[in-house]
Every structure is written in structure tokens, then in C-alpha cells.
Design a protein around this ligand. Sequence first.
Ligand code: DGY
Length: 429
Amino acid sequence: MSKSDHVARARAVLAANDRGGYTVPTHGLYPFQWNWDSAFVAMGFATFDIDRALKELERLIEGQWDDGMIPHIIFHAPSDTYFPGPEVWGTKHRIPTSGITQPPVLAIALAEINARAGAEHHARIAALYRAALNNHRWWANARDPEGGGLVAILHNWESGRDNSPEWDRPFARVPETTTTAIRRRDTGHVDASMRPRDDDYRRYIHLVDAYRALNWDPALMWFKAPFKVADIGINAILLAAEESLLDLSRAYGSEPESREIETRIARQRAGIAGVWNAERGQFQSRDLIDGTKLDVVTSAGFLPLLTGAPSQAQAAEMAKAMRSIAADGAMLVPSTAPGQQGFESKRYWRGPVWAVVNWMLARGLFRHGETALADVILSDTRSGIERAGFCEYFDPLSREGLGGEGFSWTAAIYLLLAETSRTARPEAA
Ligand code: DGY
């Protein structure tokens, strides 16, 4: 099959998952709009339809709460193929939503779309810029109230990397008791061996029950949270998003807003600089309840490459650490490095390779001049998708495609990769 056939198929995946201006991650398993999925999908649409790309983000921020939080799921229309649905979350927004958030890719996507958009789109981009600014203020106020420079997640689902072994220790503190009956639907769509375990689900729902009982009040959640982790993935993505927002502020915002964003960028860069693990050659998450480092080598630990936080020496160390994972025979970049405690090659975020993470890592490697490694990651991702289809993720050892099929964000990344190198190499744009 030629590249243009794959491009046509990728567009067909997006069309099949389009539910009217927003895109479900995949039919059945994820039947609503998911926050970070949508941001990647918008970038995919931007390769051929700017109007539809902006629409994706506009539908996402229909779910934005008045305090700026953008929920991880927007329940635009009912579906009974997913648990936990809106009745379990019990939130009070105009449209039913979940009560927690997800990695804030929005401003990164918006800057990418802006770089391709003509003047006729600027009013819509300006409105989305404002939504992203409010969202970044929410992150600072609600999730770093003491101003330490690292934001916290209060639920594993916020990381987007639900069952990463990084969370095993802090998550073990969360009780398995729930007031909500658990009716898993995910294992009806995807083999249970590729999904989180039942005890994980009991804890996920314990957290939902606990925060719902606090009416999703951010200050109360902060004080009562039994799970509070500075996820390195989210901190890297937020900082990259702030850097994108700073660029956008110069065209769509004001001078004071640019200064406000610069202040947050300086604080967040310092926060990330403080969690460097020289022995592992990567940055790592922190448990904010007992202050310990979560010493697991994950793909997320390399995501600070997306930002200006790493020094040149640290960027080189990260590239070296990735090359040594490849030298051991793994497809780059496994969500958890093979050999790490808790690694499982087929189970969701405990090992599998995800195209969206690879795209971010390659972009970060280009930024820091590690172009050869970035090219390897991009070409392996592209050929993996051409071989396995628009699967949810890849087994890093066997390289087979796993999880759900017809995945929107995998299709979106394929569209970005199939283009010229301009999106992966932003400096060449
Ligand atoms: C799920 O249900 O698997 C999601 O990751 C939670 O958003």
C-alpha cells in the first residue's frame, strides 16, 4: 500500500470517529470526547482541514468549567458502552463531564494549527487562546497552590498513563472500597490482559467517589487527596504548552499576559530541573504525599525534551538512555522500559509504545539537536502503523499492534508523520 493509501485510511478513521465536530478516540471503548486525544486529533485534522481542527478544540472547551479546568471526558451524547459514565461523576457543568483533567496538550495543538491558519481563522484562535490561558491559570492555582513549580495529579486517569508502574507505590495507599458498583465495560472491548486490573479499577473508583463527595471542589480535593503525584509527563506537557501559549500571547494576548506566562514558565522550568535523576538519565515523577521519587524509567521521563528545561548535557543523557533501551532490542519508546519492575509488554501503560508519545519525544529530540534518534523514532512509528494499522499501541518486544483498533490519535499522528518534516521539526517550519 502506498503512502497516499495510508493517508486516505487515516483520514477515514477520523471521519468514522467523527460524532459532529468532535472525535471519539475509538468506537465502543471510548465513546465520548477525551481531552488530550482531541488535541492530537485536532493537529491531525490541521494537515488537511483547519476549520475542522478548530472545531475539535471548540467542542472540547464546551466542557471547560468556569474555574478554567478542562475535564478529561466531555459526555456530549449518551452511550452505554463505557464505565464510569456521567451518573458516576455527578458533576454540575452545563454539559455532563468528568470531574478530573488530563495532559494539557491544548495550547500545543493551538500553536500548531495557528502556524498553518490564515487570517480568516484568527478570531476563533483568539477565543481558544483565552480558554487555554484560563486553563493554565487553573493548573497553577488548583494544582500547585504552594507555587513549588510542579503541578500535581490527584487521579491516575489525569496522567493519561493510568496504570504506569510509577503509580504502584502511591496508588497502593488508596483503599479499594467503593460506594459505586463497578461495571467494567473496557474488558468487553479489549482483552483483559491489555487493560488495568480489577484492583486498579476499585481504587480508580474509590478516588472518584471521594472527590464526588467533596463536590469536586479543587481546594478540598487538594487537602483530602489520598493520591497526589507530580507526574513528570504532565509537568513536561504543561511547560511545553506554556511555551506555546507564550508565542500565542504575542499575537492574541496582551503584554501583561505574556509576562504572567513567562513567570509561570520560569517556575515550572525550575520545578522540572529539580527532579532530574542523573543515574537514570531522565527526569522522574514525585510522590507529593511522602516526598519520595518514583524511580521507574518511563517514556514520560524523557518528555521534558519538549521544553527548554533540560540542559544540553541532560538532553544528551536522555538520548543515550533511549539508545540503550533500543540496543537491548526494544521498539522505541516503551512506556515503561523493559526490565523495570512492573514492566508488562502488553498491558496499556506498563510497557507498550504509544504513537502520540513518540511524536512528542521526536519533536523534543529535534529541539535539542538529537536529530538522528528523532528520525529513527519517527520512521519506526510510521512503519509500525503502516504494518499494524491504527492500533492503540504496540508491544515493544514483539512490535505487534495492540489494544483498540481504529484509533483517532494514532491516525492523527500518522497524518503528521506522513507530511513533510515541518511538524516534527518545528524549527524548520
Ligand atoms: C479509561 O477509561 O481507560 C481511561 O483511560 C480513563 O480516562
